[in-house]
Design a protein around this ligand. Sequence first.
Ligand code: SF4
Length: 660
Amino acid sequence: MDLFPYKTRKNQRAIMDTITKNLQSEDDFIFESGTGSGKTICTLASTLSFALKNNKKIIYTTRTNAQQRQVILELRQIRSRMEKNQDTIFGLGIQGRANMCILARNNPDYARGTADELSRLCSNEKKRVRSNNKHDGCIYYRRFIEDTNKVDNTLDWIKNSLPTAEETIEHCEKLQICPYELNKLLIKDASIVVVPYVYVFENVIRNMLFDWLSVNEKDVILIVDEAHNLPDYIRDLFSLQLSVWMLQNCIIESDKYGNPTLIKDNLTVSDFCKIIIDIIRDLRDTYVYNIFENGIIKNTPNREDAFIPTNEFEIEILSRLKTTSKKLHDIISDLIAYGEKIQEYKQKKGKLPRSFIHKLGVFLEFWNNLEDNKYVKLIVDSSEGKNPRIEAYCLDPSIVNYIIKKFYSTIHMSGTLEPLEEYRDSMGLPKDSELVAYPSPFSHTNRKILYVNDVTTKYDEILKDKEIIERMKFYISKICNNFPKNTMVFFPSFNYLSNFKRDFNFKDMDRYFYFEEQKMSQSALMEIVNDFKSSGLEDGKCATLFSVMGGRISEGMDFPAEQLEIVLIVGIPYPKPTAKQRGLQKYYELKFRKGWEYTVEAPTARKLLQSIGRLIRDENDKGIAVILDKRANRFKKYIKELDQTNNLIKDIEFFMKNFF
Ligand code: SF4
């Protein structure tokens, strides 16, 4: 409480007390508290207070840069309300090298580099600066080591103004000094470091972070924000893929570097890659397309992936190469060694040290040493035959449990984390971790959540009743026409969104329309979001923004007050019934006896709640959410205020008249 900078609202004192209690007993705490309830400031103030008194540091990890920014802004609030010793409150926002390396930001080739590639590139650039040639190497590093005045001034500026990572980058770009190197100097003085998940859960990057911090994990409190994203993030981080596109790049690379032979036979790298491409295509034909050996297609199901039987990929390689496991092992070692030479060569030439051959070797080594019970092996074709791939998909996010256990204490929080047991079990946290779901602090009269019972996006029902889609369009156009309020329409996928856009009649509607697109750049997305937010300010004409659930808008952006007052949700965002999803469900069924609840129901409810959560950001916000799907009633245990409506327009009118 001593660092809390505002007047407390409902639940906030309870959140801070429970955090402090768990920190004192070195336990883990998992909690849900709705969007706008102030969980960031509560967690920050109570943890910081404990850390300062007990000589601990805090790593606060977030999924999005927007959330990282929010943490730094709250830290400034804490500091600004302190009467003395303001400089005891110091924190740093750090992003990945792809954002913080100015050299990479200004070079399109480097900008595509992975963390490892950029780290190697940076080492080489710095080595060149330290050589005697005055004009060689990274200019931002040169300025950093040569212009000590500028560096000292910038360090003071950062300590005094607590900038966000973006502000630091912008400031340093103007001064032409590397922000990444500056952060490394400052990090030891910080009580709190705000980083993306990768800094905690990727081993090489975490070790580097702890080297900079010069502390042991036992002296660090870990805060995981937006924790509902963590299990999927970990699954992706620990999964690996090998695609035909990547193998084709191996062939190009191999031709460029003399097409070396493997294991002293006549097998060249490109021959080997062509064999792997054939195997991947054959696996795709057999298991995804179901093509029989004589070439007759038994059926062409509408699916994009399938399981590969255990060891089938390895057996195919051995049989086509007529070789042994021992020789395959040698081939993999050769691929890695060739790849390393290519990386070194490119590094010396000042290029991004990327080698596809190296990636191929690493993939095959990984595949051969998989812990089979935690992974599922898949053949995937999600690009209509253009780029099939094999994939080792990690099913078990508790694979990082050994990392979490090292910390002094951990706090995991989100606006949508229920059922909390699912998160605890998925992440392998102790059974006695404290779990609390705080009720919404806002009046129930601020938000209405309705669903209609005569529409659905369920495929076989739409086939049976052609009127369903027309009714949905009717609801959307009626709401847009009757209520001059900023409205968002969320779809289960971009596919649904584009079909809708193609068939919907936008004519005669006196409002602006904006559409999120799948591969939109962040800047293009922000442009439409900002236009949407400011609609109505000048000409009184409001707007509708079409977006998807589980996307960048529904999971991370704020729309306070009149910026958003109606949310329409089209359909229920169940996960696609892919082989990957079935593998996950089966794994959870075997491990927890809760396959459906943990892998289908809970993630779907979270996506719904995240989209609805855009409506209310503080106690003055008002809003209405409507789910256009009768299956919404299955989620009543997660969406407690959910009501059925038999007269949607009338019910919205009533709510607006009485509560807006
Ligand atoms: S010193 Fe900084 S700007 Fe230069 S390459 Fe390294 S990270 Fe990038």
